[in-house]
Design a protein around this ligand. Structure first.
Ligand code: RIB
Ligand code: CA
Length: 316
C-alpha cells in the first residue's frame, strides 16, 4: 500500500482522444490521484458531444462513483470553434464505447467544482485539458475558493508557437479571455504547452503493443489509431499526446524539464490572438505565474503510459 497521500483532483476537458487518454492515466494513478469530479467544456466538439463522451469513457473505465457535470457551452466572449479534423464529428470517433451508465450531475461544472473545493479537507488540483472556460468561470464566480486550489495543471499554449495559428494553440485561442483570467488569478499554473506536448508522442509500433494487453489498453491503442490519421497527414511521426502530459506531470514530474516564467495571454493581437507570451528575460519585473513544461524524456513518458495501461489487468 503506497504511503504517499493521494492528491484530490478535478478533471476538466473536451474529449477528445487525448483528453480520454488523460482520464485513463488519472484512473490508473489511483494510488496517487483521487478523482473527485469530471467536468466537460465545449472545445474539440460541442458541449453536448464532449459531455456524452466523458460519460461513455467513465462508464467504460468503471468510474461509477465520480460525478460528471456539463460546463460552459461557449467561450467567455468568442464563438466556439470545434476540431472535427482531429477528433471527428462525435469528438471521439473510432472505437465504440458503451452507452453511458453514469448520470449527468444536476450541478453545473462550476457548481460541482465549487462543491468539491468547499468540501475538501485539503487543496485540490484542477487538471484542465480543453479551453479554460469552466476554470475561469469558477474563478470569477467563487474567488473565495481560490485558496482551495493547489494548482491548475493545463494543457494549453506554447511559448511563442501554435498549432491552430502560427502563434496560438487550440485550447487557448478558442477562449483567450478565460486563459487570461486564469493566468492573472494568482493561482499557480502548470502549463503543458506545445513545447513539451509535441515531444510527448507515441509511435505506431509502440502503441501496437497495447492491443493485446487488456480492453483499456486496446481502447487507448485504437484512440491513437484515429488521432494519428490527421497527424500523419500533417507529417508527424507519432501521436502527440498533449493532454496526458497534464496528468503525467502530477505523478512523474521527474521526467519533465520545467521553467518558471511570467506568461501573458494575448487577447488583442490581429495575428497573435491566443498566444501565450513568456517574459523570458524578466523585463516586466513580475514574479513568474506559470511553471512551463519545456521538455520530456519521451521513452520514460511512453514507459509510464504503458505501465498505466498494464495496470488495468491482463487478457481480453
Ligand atoms: O492543442 C491540443 C489541445 O486541443 C488538446 O487538449 C486537444 O484535446 C485539443 O483540446
Ligand atoms: Ca483537450
Amino acid at each position: 500500500m503506497s504511503d504517499i497521500k493521494k492528491k484530490p483532483v478535478i478533471l476538466d476537458g473536451d474529449p477528445g482522444h487525448d483528453d480520454a487518454i488523460a482520464l485513463v492515466l488519472a484512473a490508473a494513478f489511483k494510488d496517487q490521484l483521487d478523482i473527485k469530479a469530471i467536468t466537460a467544456v465545449g472545445g474539440n466538439q460541442t458541449l453536448a458531444k464532449v459531455t456524452l463522451n466523458y460519460r461513455r469513457i467513465a462508464t467504460f473505465l468503471g468510474l461509477k462513483d465520480v460525478p460528471i457535470a456539463a460546463g460552459r457551452e461557449q467561450p467567455m466572449l468568442a464563438d466556439l470553434v470545434v476540431a472535427p479534423n482531429y477528433h471527428g464529428e462525435s469528438g471521439l470517433d473510432g472505437p465504440k464505447l458503451p452507452d453511458p451508465e453514469i448520470p449527468l450531475s444536476e450541478l453545473s461544472a462550476v457548481e460541482l467544482m465549487a462543491k468539491v473545493l468547499r468540501e475538501s479537507d485539503e487543496k485540490v488540483i484542477i487538471v484542465a485539458t480543453g479551453p479554460q472556460t469552466n476554470v475561469a468561470s469558477l474563478l470569477l464566480a467563487h474567488p473565495e475558493l481560490k485558496e482551495k486550489i493547489e494548482c491548475i495543471s493545463i494543457m494549453g499554449g506554447g511559448l511563442l508557437k501554435g498549432n491552430w495559428t502560427s502563434a496560438a494553440e487550440f485550447n487557448i485561442i478558442v477562449d483567450p479571455e478565460s486563459a487570461d483570467i486564469e493566468f492573472r488569478s494568482g493561482v499557480p499554473v502548470i502549463m503543458a504547452g506545445l513545447d513539451v506536448t509535441e515531444k510527448a508522442y507515441v509511435l505506431p509500433e509502440e502503441w501496437d503493443k497495447l492491443r493485446g494487453l487488456n480492453p483499456v489498453a486496446k481502447m487507448v491503442a485504437e484512440w491513437c489509431d484515429f488521432f494519428y490519421i490527421h497527424l500523419k497527414e500533417l507529417g508527424w511521426e507519432g501521436a502527440t499526446l498533449h493532454d496526458p502530459c497534464s496528468v503525467m506531470v502530477l505523478v512523474h514530474p521527474e521526467i519533465f524539464t520545467i521553467k518558471d516564467y511570467y506568461v501573458q495571454i494575448d487577447c488583442k493581437g490581429e495575428y497573435t490572438r491566443g498566444a501565450t507570451v513568456p517574459d523570458y528575460m524578466g523585463l516586466l519585473g513580475q514574479k513568474p505565474n506559470c511553471r512551463c513544461m519545456m521538455g520530456v524524456d519521451r521513452e520514460l513518458f511512453v514507459k509510464h503510459l504503458f505501465e498505466a495501461c498494464e495496470s488495468f489487468g491482463k487478457g481480453e
